[in-house]
Design a protein around this ligand. Sequence first.
Ligand code: M6P
Ligand code: ZN
Length: 182
Amino acid sequence: PHLLEPFSVHIDFESGLLSPDPVVLVRRLSSLAGYFLQNADTDSEVYSVHEIRVPAERDHLLSSTTIVLPGKVGDEYYMTKGHFHANRDRSEIYLTLSGEGLLVMALENGTTVTKEMRPGVVNYVPGHWAHRSVNTGSEPLVFYAVYIGDAGYDYATIAERGFPVVVVDRDGGPSVVPNPRY
Ligand code: M6P
Ligand code: ZN
């Protein structure tokens, strides 16, 4: 365990940008190959994660902002990869800061719950639920997430078969439909 000094970070709620000094991870369409039903023909940025640096240990809380850009691959809205926690029982809290979207959560048995994300809404993601954020709007979807430091990431299960549902644009609005590949 590390005894840390207290510190503060500023989040711009509109843009999701942090100061000072976040760890930034950018995910482009090329790093999301296989996640969307259709293949993309560009390598545009889809989202970025801006993480406050603390050790990934049980006695710390990791947190980050995520900025999911507006866009679609075919009729499927831009979204995060989504993951289970490597330590399955670790939970997480999301607070949406700007934009609008859907938070898709699923158990390994296929049970699925979808919740709205909009500014001011807190979404609680209990342990054992895989989670993915989908930007269904025309502005960036920005949210702040807090999770137990040793949660870890299991991307493999999602990379293989995806979530039980996909979020697609039907007649100009979001529709949650069964994933044909699940
Ligand atoms: C949230 C948190 C992060 C996660 C990010 C992007 O900020 O859940 O832990 O990294 O969203 O999601 P993913 O890791 O599934 O790409
Ligand atoms: Zn998580």
